[in-house]
Design a protein around this ligand. Structure first.
Ligand SMILES: [Zn+2]
Length: 234
């Protein structure tokens, strides 16, 4: 803990004095984060560091395996974070961010290693769809590294599907007020991949181009003749 203690004192003595006005403004005006990022709790995957975001810019929810449990009657921390970010803070972009060398994905591939961690094993059930996709839609005999990467990428897409079951997300998408993003951070190279919803592939985020979006913002209702957007336009 010595390094952590030194970090705290350095922040209080050297960093905060220069940023006090910014912190006070964030209290006075309240937070207006640009995005909700659901990332893995892995200590090597810091959303703020990867995006170089400062205080107040990202609403972050982290857990083992960057998992979004499907909406249910059970109270959950991830569900609450999603609801608060969208309904109370008006966040318009939601990101699920997976990463290379993910221990949760290794656990999915080796369930026997989870025998002493019943909570982790139960939590990872929310990723079983990704595991089935890799088992049935990818070639047999893939080397473990490729299999692990495919699993981590598919897991991001599975969690985006789970995200759509949350009422606040479903309503935001129908109103065309929400965009969904699937990211994958390669720890060893620093490359950030983003899912392109058109092709279903993960593409490197290139500075010269816009960030690929998993689900773009567009009004999408089943009965457009009654939609709020149409009535407002008339
Ligand atoms: Zn992880």
């Amino acid at each position: 803990m010595d390094n952590i203690f030194q970090g705290i004192t350095a922040f209080q003595d050297k960093v905060f004095p220069g940023q006090q006005a910014m912190y006070q403004r964030l209290v006075r005006d309240g937070q207006q984060p640009k995005a909700l990022i659901i990332a893995c709790a892995d200590s090597r995957v810091s959303p703020e560091h990867i995006t170089q975001a400062g205080p107040g810019e990202l609403f972050v929810c982290r857990n083992a395996g960057n998992i979004v449990p499907p909406f249910s009657q059970a109270t959950g921390g991830v569900s609450s974070a999603i609801e608060y970010a969208i309904v109370a803070l008006g966040v318009r972009d939601v990101v699920v961010c997976g990463h290379s060398d993910c221990g949760a994905m290794k656990g999915l591939m080796n369930p026997e290693a989870l025998s002493a961690m019943p909570n982790v094993a139960a939590w990872l059930r929310h990723s079983h769809a990704a595991e089935r996709i890799v088992c049935e839609a990818y070639p047999e005999g893939m080397d473990p590294k490729s299999r692990h990467r495919a699993l981590a990428l598919e897991n991001v897409l599975v969690q985006l599907s789970n995200l759509r079951t949350h009422p606040s997300v479903a309503a935001g998408l129908a109103k065309g007020q929400l965009r969904l993003h699937g990211w994958f951070f390669e720890i060893e190279t620093g490359v950030l991949l983003a899912c392109d919803g058109e092709s279903g592939r993960f593409l490197p985020i290139d500075e010269a181009e816009a960030i690929p979006v998993a689900q773009a913002s567009a009004v999408r209702v089943a009965a457009p003749e009654y939609s709020a957007a149409r009535i407002a336009a008339e």
